[in-house]
Ligand binder design. Sequence first.
Ligand code: NAP
Length: 284
Amino acid sequence: MIILDGKATAKKIRAKVAEQVSGLLAEGMRAPGLAVILVGDDPASQVYVANKERACKEAGFISETFRLAASTSQAELEALILKLNARSDIDGILLQLPLPRGLDSDYLLALISPEKDVDGFHPVNMGRLALGLPGLRPCTPAGVIELLKEYDLKTVGKHAVVVGRSNIVGKPLAMLLAGPGDFGNATVTVCHSKTPDLSAVTRQADFIFLAIGRPRLLGPEMVRPGTVIIDVGINRTEQGLCGDADFEALCKIASAMTPAPGGVGPMTIAMLLSNTFQAYQTRN
Ligand SMILES: NC(=O)c1ccc[n+]([C@@H]2O[C@H](COP(=O)([O-])OP(=O)(O)OC[C@H]3O[C@@H](n4cnc5c(N)ncnc54)[C@H](OP(=O)(O)O)[C@@H]3O)[C@@H](O)[C@H]2O)c1
């Protein structure tokens, strides 16, 4: 079984971005700039934002984090986003989710200028993805596709089962897999909490993509030998972090599999850098 090493793959992508940035700086160009907005004190979000800040610094980006109190009003956030939209030194704007109750994240995400929407959640970028047009792609699904590329796991003509249909992972991932290219062109089935017999579907899969948020939901009885398993899930349990798949049991059955943590998570941050760099290039 091949372990799909997201950490090593992400490191390569980050090094490539850093190299491109140092080339730009050597030519006297400005560094790409990312603004991160963090509202409230959700502990997981604080860790994610700290990791993003560190990754930006390592890549030679300028990153500016706005840490705002949970009591910040919708109007204040709207004003901040509009200000960042207008700043020429900021290429990417990231609104860390979830927001405290009372704030309208859909409205705020749509206020971010689509060309600075490095999370790829803006309706324009989601629409461009659905239409097969170029645009900024959501980081986690894009990271999954990059990981498939790194290990040359082509999906053409394969049955790809995506479990989970969230706007940030499952839905855009299903669109990418059904899209063109060697790491698209799959026959895609999307499963969710109303799928009556999940095992019956996953047992027919060549590739299983898990974005559920249920610790070790996918067990060995649900998978046929040789399946590729990509586990996006990150679950906090009493024993520590784990994915949506029972890694120990499944690594005897799968042909390739991501560990969780250490699989898709690092790829998400690498794609954030790559998207910010793409936004920078589009704007220059
Ligand atoms: N690695 C990363 O960088 C990264 C990034 C984002 C998220 N994640 C992780 O990925 C997981 C999913 O995140 P998300 O934001 O997509 O979660 P989400 O918004 O809660 O969506 C979960 C999806 O799973 C489906 N689901 C729930 N229970 C199910 C079951 N028993 N059988 C089949 N489907 C089921 C839900 O179905 P319904 O639609 O019917 O409710 C929903 O579509 C979480 O563990 C999250 O922490 C990781």
